[in-house]
Design a protein around this ligand. Sequence first.
Ligand code: PLP
Length: 392
Amino acid sequence: MHQPKSKHRRRTRLVHAGHDLETSQGFVNVPAVRGSTVLYPDTATMKNAAQRYTYGTHGTPTTDALASAWSELAGAAGTALVPSGLAAIAMALQTAVKAGDHLLMTDSAYGPARRFAEKVLRPLGIETTYYDPEIGSGIAALMRDNTTAILTEAPGSQSMEMQDIPAIAEAAHARGICVIMDNTWATPLLFPPHERGVDLAIEAGTKYLSGHSDLLLGLVSANAAWWPRLHAYVDLYGIPPGPEDCFLALRGLRTMELRLKEAERQALELARWLETRPEVARVIHPALPHHPGHAIWKRDFLGSSGLFSVILKPASEAAVAAMLDGLDLFGLGYSWGGYESLIIPFDCTTYRTATRWVQNGPALRLQVGLEDVEDLREDLARGFERLTAYNL
Ligand SMILES: *Cc1c(COP(=O)(O)O)cnc(C)c1O
């Protein structure tokens, strides 16, 4: 259904993707089309469903524009839209597994993906084995006769391990196993998922696509082999995202590269500064040369986004609270990818099962926004003063 306009460079495509004069009726941003019922001109058209729009759950000009733009960016055969990133994970997994199947999931997966595997898939008769994100082609040893899907994510949620996606894909495809990747961190702009061997790529559009922390959206893009199955499966659920959210996502899409580039630049600047701080034990950012997955990041990724983690030197919970509670600019809140900076404490040791995550001090995840980076640095520096004062 979708025709990539590959003659243009990526940045140009980002501006024009998914737009056509007929569906937008000339408006630059495709209007938010609301509607359940679509009228047919006559019974013959109705009988043959011989028009593009048949009912609200099966697509509108707004959802079509967003889905086709995303497919073009991701190099996908098609994209399914759902109301949240977590719903995108659920749809991708359920497209690829059925009762009696075995699923491999990275130990570093987004927490709620793991909960979905345990609370929804396991009772349906689908067993999940968690694997070391750094396993690479060694994943072949974990495959069983009934393994049908692998859920990868790079870098890992919070802990930020890289994964050798092409090696995992090669091992998987040798046995007809579906490779699913949560690509939210990089977006297709920094990691072209299908080119690297991913069959189903998940994006929490809530993050960089929205870019403004004011909507929830999930996207699953698929290569040609998986698109018919994904499309048919998601359509059964009748869970399209709202028109306003798709409209806002289309608006966000046009500036996504600019925002990502700025987030990358600012995050790297802060990450390098954090490495010089005496309060910090380790900065975990794949674009820094000492990151264990740096070589993979350099080989497979086209850049980094604004989310990374740090491990502090040992400090009490109260000292970390003194640091975080007094921050002026870094907000304390979940999610990321918006224009504002955020920070959260985390602890991977509470849920890991396949690997032992070692952190000898408090761990923080930073989402670097679009504020002036000097102000952000000063905010953190004052935070460190409060941390140190509390520790004394
Ligand atoms: C936020 C997030 C999700 C879920 O997105 P929601 O829209 O919040 O449901 C999925 N994967 C990753 C990596 C995320 O960071």
